[in-house]
Structure formats: structure tokens, C-alpha cells
Design a protein around this ligand. Sequence first.
Ligand code: SAM
Length: 289
Amino acid sequence: MATLGNPKETIEILNKYRFVFQKKFGQNFLIDTHVLEKIIKAAEITKDDLVLEIGPGIGTLTQYLCEAAREVVAVEIDKKLIPILEDTLSEYSNVSVINEDILKVDLNALVQEKNQGRPVKIVANLPYYITTPIIMGLFEALVPVDNITVMVQKEVAERMQSGPGSKDYGALSLAVQYYAKPYIAANVPPNCFMPRPNVGSAVIRLTLHENKPVVIKDEKLLFKLIRASFNQRRKTLQNGLYNGTEINLTKEVIAEAIKALGVSPTIRGEALTLEQFARLSDILYDKIH
Ligand code: SAM
């Protein structure tokens, strides 16, 4: 039975081990059972699943995951939390804790070893300082994953989910939506954590696409175009691409490509859909090669 997830038990454990929060590790522990239940529900975990948890903290969410999943592997960077986790997870035989930096773990090898390469589910109350590298790292390394259900900063969740025309739309929206379908499952206020973060939070589920929404000739070129277009938000697409340091194209080539795409020469990058970026990328690819 999960016993953490409330302020009383959390404070007891923290006092027992004289635990001192490390700001540099983004430590904000969950103390609200409703939020924990919402995360488990949003992740659609079954007893067949292997779940990878990033940053178990004192094991609050981990206890819920152990109840719901077949097996849980939790990766925690802070070695001071390891004896605490041994204590709070002692009732569960289906969990293993790895004391490592998640950004240094070979996740493909881990999934191969623990789940014979079959897709896993990833669940976390993420350390906010590395949200983007963790999520993009998972996508880019092509780790076999069904879905990723994570607590992130509210505005980051909104950026991941938004489309053209919204002020939140940007390179992160396009990168996430190229790989997955986002769904915001809950908004979570600061008082659900100890200590309280300075920002609002949200639980977002990213369900990986079985088939990518666009098929393109050169993925790297697509992402270079996207980055260049949003680096200089107030510039036109044409100027953004021309000034983009990663791409080396003449103004004429860029202008011809934008014309071939069938949009206004003064359009801004933030007005383009993923499909339009993909077509632009293929048009430019043909011009370069
Ligand atoms: N899961 C716990 C909860 O919900 O109460 C703790 C969540 S707390 C927001 C983030 C956790 O990630 C902390 O335990 C922190 O030490 C851990 N962490 C921070 N950076 C990490 C990294 N690079 N690799 C693995 N864990 C990390």
C-alpha cells in the first residue's frame, strides 16, 4: 500500500534521514494523493508494463507505480536519496533503483535488458531544469516508448501542445508533435509539492506516433529550418532562414522555396504548420542536392 503522498508522512521521512533539499536537482516532492492518482490514470499503466521513472525522490510516485505496473525501474541522481528509497520501497519486489544521471544512462540498452526491447512507459515528476533535454533525448535516441507522462512547468506543457497562431507555438511544439501526440491531463498548483515551486505545473502525456505525421527526406534539415525560423521570432520566415547560422542558403533560393510552398513572401515562421515546414524542407532539400 502506498503510504507517502501526504505532508505528514513526507515530513516524517525527511526528518528521519535529515534530508536537505538540493535546489540544483530540482527537488519538489509531491504531497497530494489526487495528483498522484491522476498521473497513474493518465499514463494508462497496466500489469504488463515496465515503467521507467525519472527522479523518484523519496519514492512517492514510485509506490503508486509499483502498485500499478509489472515492474518499475527508477533512475535517481542524488545518492542521499538511495537509502531513503530502500526504506520507502522495501515492501515492493518489483522495483529497482539506479543511482545515475538520467542524461548519462543508455536507455536503449536498459529497455533491451529489462523489457527485451519492447516499448516501455515513462512516468516522472521531472526536475524542471532538464525537461527539454530529457524529452528530446528520449525521442532522438529512438528509445522504444509507448507514452511519456510527466509533470512539467505549466508553460512548457502549453508550448508542447500548441499550434500555429498561438503565442506559445515554437520549436518545442513542432519537435514534440513530430514524435508524439500531446494531451494535458491536469494542471497542478504549487501547494501540491514540498517545497513549493515558484511556477504552476501540469501533467502532460505524450503518446508516441506509430507513423510520423509527415514523411520527409532529411530530418536534420527540417529541425535546422524550424530552429532558424523561431530563433528570430519577429522576423519573416525568409529573413529568419537567411540569417540562420546552421543553414547556408542564398536569399534567392529561400525566396523561390517559399514561393513554391505557395505562401506569402512576408509570412512568419510562427504561421507555418508542421506539414508546411516538412514541405519546405523537402523543397530546399531538392534545391541543395
Ligand atoms: N518523483 C518525486 C516526487 O514526485 O515526489 C520527486 C520529483 S522531483 C521534482 C525531481 C527528482 O529528480 C528529484 O528526486 C531529483 O533528485 C531527481 N533528479 C534531478 N536531476 C536528475 C537527473 N539528471 N537524473 C536523475 N534524477 C534526477
